[in-house]
Design a protein. Structure first.
Ligand code: AMP
Length: 222
């Protein structure tokens, strides 16, 4: 049973790298952004509420995302563990997660922070495209699909997320990085965080992340 929290600013590569770690450990990826986007697409009450925040680059209120995400974490497919992508994003969420896991006799086993400078993040997100069917992630500069508008894997249309436009990206950074740093601090205090340099090509970052999984928490992997 392994719960791994993957941390990083928007665009740091969590969505690309989480499946690599999930394969390595044989556990699912639980991505809070995907849960919310599915709710928006289905037009549920949650989706309508979340959309108001997401379209402005703001965080969805803690109370809402904690309820939705912890429900998802209790599903049977996550019994043997999970890679958490995008949750927790605030100290309040990190504490709620610790409590929920403790009640079930579980805990966050380790946390990996993918570190990328802000200016590089803004540029990456301008070039990011996601597939409309399954959320496969591409980058028109560094991880090009064969065609700019079609997913290599499932042939569905590739789109720019509405919140990846530059003005929303800057709002997301301003809004989301300060609470992210508090979450990093939360796990640093628990001695279970490792930093991985996220500026390298995708395959190098993947290799570093897999290596980080094999290193005792708190030690630095290179
Ligand atoms: P992501 O796909 O992880 O970049 O998430 C897209 C958007 O969903 C974010 O910009 C937030 O508006 C919202 N969101 C995702 N996860 C969370 C979270 N843990 N707390 C609050 N808002 C979230």
């Amino acid at each position: 049973m392994t719960v791994v929290v993957l941390l990083g600013a928007p665009g740091a590569g969590k969505g690309t790298q989480a499946p690599v770690l999930a394969d390595e450990l044989g556990v699912p990826v639980l991505a809070s952004g995907d849960l919310l986007r599915a709710a928006v697409a289905n037009g549920t009450a949650l989706g309508r509420e979340a959309d108001r925040y997401m379209s402005r680059g703001q965080l969805v209120p803690d109370e809402t995302i904690v309820r939705v995400f912890l429900d998802r974490l209790e599903q049977p497919d996550a019994k043997s563990g999970a890679i958490l992508d995008g949750f927790p994003r605030t100290e309040v969420q990190a504490e709620a997660l610790d409590r929920a896991l403790a009640e079930a006799g579980r805990r966050v086993d380790r946390t990996i922070f993918i570190d990328v400078p802000v200016e590089e993040l803004v540029e990456r997100m301008a070039n990011r495209r996601i597939c409309t069917a399954n959320g496969h992630v591409y980058n028109l500069a560094s991880n090009r699909p064969k065609s700019d508008s079609v997913c290599d894997v499932d042939g569905s249309p590739l789109v720019q997320r509405p919140d990846d436009r530059e003005e929303t990206v800057r709002a997301r950074m301003n809004e989301q990085i300060p609470p992210l740093l508090e979450v990093v601090e939360h796990y640093r205090n628990q001695g279970i965080i490792q930093h991985v340099d996220g500026r390298e090509p995708i395959s190098n970052v993947s290799a570093r992340l897999v290596r980080a999984l094999g290193v005792a928490p708190g030690q630095v992997s290179t």
